[in-house]
Design a protein around this ligand. Structure first.
Ligand code: C5P
Length: 284
């Protein structure tokens, strides 16, 4: 039996998300600050004799070929002309349709791991460009550090942000479609680009928040509850909201008293992605 490699693919939050323009191809220009949190999917990679890409575990009833992990492996194999197989078991912990980037993180982690396991030796720049083809949120997970992003989310500048406690809160059974949110006519599209040195939570926004609150009353309720305790905001296109609590104890207390129908996670923000620490440990 071949050795298995168990890797954590973290979720992200957007501390703020300003929409600053729209490109001719329909994609939106953003100004955002990404940070990883310690809620993570688990991906287990095992080299196999066959030349197939095999997936097992939590596939959420979707055909393997439609999974971003499969697409990432397929893209690596094609782009770098590799003729090897891999088995990847997926243990999902990050809710999907939440704005936490779970699928993008799994895809980026797959690219980073296969770069090592298939001995491709692609540069970070090559992986960043390839990752952007899979989705606008994939590059930040390849990059692996807290970063300000512009462009469609692929122009990244590192940013030092402290490790803080958060409470994540997601209305149960509320999955939001990213393209649907980007296509809403009432979305503000002329927000300012935030200069990294000037970032303050109180003077920034998530431009999706008013739109999502209007379309999904459960999100409005969730935010209303969180805001009673601490500064709170939507992440990505939602439905997850985060609350900047003063301590882990406060987050645990809030989680214990969460209104019915709201799922909560007590988490901490991270300086770096655990994937990069794992790669350094295993392959250097
Ligand atoms: O890149 P990703 O597949 O995550 O994006 C899904 C959809 O969201 C895109 O097809 C596009 O409609 C919209 N989107 C956008 N601008 C972005 C990111 C996503 O308009 N920066």
């Amino acid at each position: 039996m071949s050795q298995s490699y168990t890797c954590l693919a973290p979720a992200k939050i957007n501390w703020f998300l300003h929409i600053t323009g729209k490109r001719d191809n329909g994609y939106h220009e953003l100004s955002t600050l990404f940070q990883f949190v310690d809620l993570a999917d688990e991906l287990i990679f095992t080299k196999i004799e066959s030349k197939q890409i095999e997936l097992s575990g939590d596939l959420s009833g979707v055909a393997a070929e439609k999974n971003l992990v499969y697409k990432a492996a397929q893209l690596m194999r094609k782009h770098f002309a590799v003729n090897l197989g891999i088995h990847i078991e997926i243990k999902k912990r990050i809710p999907s349709g939440a704005g936490l980037g779970g699928g993008s993180s799994d895809a980026a982690t797959t690219m980073l791991m296969l770069n090592k396991l298939w001995q491709i030796n692609a540069t970070e720049q090559q992986l960043l460009e390839l990752g952007a083809k899979l989705g606008a949120d994939v590059p930040i997970f390849i990059y692996g550090q807290t970063a300000f992003a512009t462009g469609i989310g692929e122009r990244l500048t590192p940013s030092e942000q402290p490790e803080v406690d958060l409470l994540l809160a997601i209305p149960a059974d509320c999955h939001i479609s990213t393209p649907l949110m980007f296509s809403q006519p009432q979305l503000k599209r002329d927000s300012e680009i935030v200069a990294p040195a000037d970032y303050q939570f109180a003077t920034t926004r998530n431009d999706f928040q008013p739109v999502v609150k209007e379309m999904q009353p459960q999100v409005a309720k969730t935010l209303q509850w969180l805001i009673e305790y601490a500064p709170s905001r939507l992440t990505g296109t939602g439905a997850c909201c985060f609350s900047v609590v003063s301590s882990k104890q406060q987050a645990e207390e809030m989680a214990r008293h969460a209104p019915e129908g709201i799922n909560t996670f007590v988490v901490k923000t991270l300086k770096n992605s655990p994937v990069h620490l794992y790669l350094a440990e295993q392959f250097s």
